[in-house]
Design a protein. Structure first.
Length: 255
């Protein structure tokens, strides 16, 4: 790597470092604001499980510091969700230098759409998937076996699902920018639909617990989001073609 190639690479690293620091500071502020409500936030997080557990049953913790660290983690999670728009804005600011001037106007739609989809995916997991999934697992309890979920295990399980649903719901945003860059087209997405559906179920099997109900609850919305992505790709494709036509016309006028 010569010095000319190394300089842009180092500047990109420096820019990434700056955006990560800004995001970390924002998360820290969100964490501090959320910690005052840590107990209420944890009660909200376990509410779907509590609703399906037999009356009188409780979660347990098996070592003394467990609840303290769980409250810290809950506060961190709430802090991330609280400042999610700012984090997406920092992500955009890292990407923006590589975009055309006319493409930089998408900053507000990108931040708004990314935030809505991420939070919407997490809420879908919380309000729709959690009740069905937890009822399925708790249903294995009987007179011989009793469910005694630990706080640590439940938190890890719940957070994994919430973030998984939040991330996969970003699919339309990802498709939009891939289409804007010309990597994918609406026609290509339609042609590869059957493979996408298969991949959707494979991804759902990896990200969710090993039960058919939860997997279908992730795969179903993903398929719908893929179809939305085809429409979004068509819009992005038309916008890109219009831009290319305008550039060609400008080049002809200059010549």
């Amino acid at each position: 790597m010569d010095s000319e190639d190394k300089q842009p690479f180092m500047s990109h690293l420096e820019e990434l470092r700056k955006r990560l620091i800004f995001s970390a500071i924002a998360v820290g502020v969100g964490f501090a604001a959320s910690y005052a409500f840590a107990e209420r936030l944890f009660a909200l997080l376990v509410a779907p499980l509590k609703a399906v557990m037999p009356e009188g049953d409780h979660l347990i913790f098996t070592n003394l510091p467990e609840m303290f660290f769980t409250y810290l983690k809950v506060s961190l999670l709430a802090g991330i969700l609280l400042v999610a728009p700012y984090i997406f804005y920092q992500l955009w600011m890292f990407i923006a230098p590589g975009l055309y001037q006319r493409e930089k106007k998408y900053v507000i739609p990108f931040v708004v759409a990314s935030t809505i989809l991420f939070v919407g995916g997490s809420l879908f997991g919380y309000f729709v998937v959690f009740p069905f999934g937890f009822k399925f697992f708790v249903g294995f309890s009987n007179e011989y076996v009793k469910a005694l979920p630990s706080v640590k295990q439940y938190f890890s399980f719940a957070i994994k699902l919430l973030f998984a649903f939040g991330v996969v719901f970003e699919l339309p945003v990802v498709i939009f920018f891939l289409a804007k860059m010309g990597v994918v087209t609406a026609e290509l997405l339609k042609k590869k639909r059957k493979y996408a559906i298969l991949l959707t179920f494979v991804l759902a099997a990896i990200l969710t617990p090993p039960d058919v109900i939860t997997q279908c609850m992730m795969a179903g919305p993903l398929i719908i989001l893929y179809e939305i992505g085809i429409l979004v790709a068509r819009i992005a494709q038309k916008s890109r073609e219009k831009r290319e036509t305008e550039d060609e016309n400008e080049a002809l006028e200059e010549s």
